[in-house]
Design a protein around this ligand. Structure first.
Ligand code: FES
Length: 116
């Protein structure tokens, strides 16, 4: 199943748009030249992830080093701050236990398409 989320231009301007994929809300997120699509319902209490924010996080590094990475690839829930990797959907804190479903996204003739 494929769902056209909208034009590349509109989605870049909006940053995130919620579309229905097989009856489920999916957030289509624009980051630089890339698009990601994840479930728009936080697994904690159901907040809309599209209302959240994007950031990075500290990534694994050598002892006594702080290395910031994943810039704009971490989506943060607006209600209680749970964070998820946009590319895998996995929770940063408990990746084995919590996650957002992810969907493939392509662009075709200026349109952003979500694949279920
Ligand atoms: S509803 Fe998302 S962290 Fe609580």
């Amino acid at each position: 199943m494929q769902v056209v989320a909208g034009s590349v231009e509109d989605l870049r301007r909006e940053g995130c748009r919620v579309v229905s994929v097989e009856g489920r809300p999916v957030g289509v997120v624009s980051v630089g030249e890339e698009f990601y699509a994840v479930s728009d319902r936080c697994p904690h209490m159901g907040a809309s992830m599209c209302v959240g924010s994007l950031s990075g996080t500290l990534v694994p590094s050598d002892p006594h080093e702080l290395v910031y990475g994943m810039d704009d690839r971490v989506i943060r829930c607006p209600w209680h701050g749970w964070e998820f990797d946009l590319s895998t959907g996995r929770s940063l804190l408990e990746p084995r236990r919590y996650g957002l479903r992810t969907y493939d996204v392509t662009t075709d003739d200026g349109q952003v398409v979500v694949h279920a």
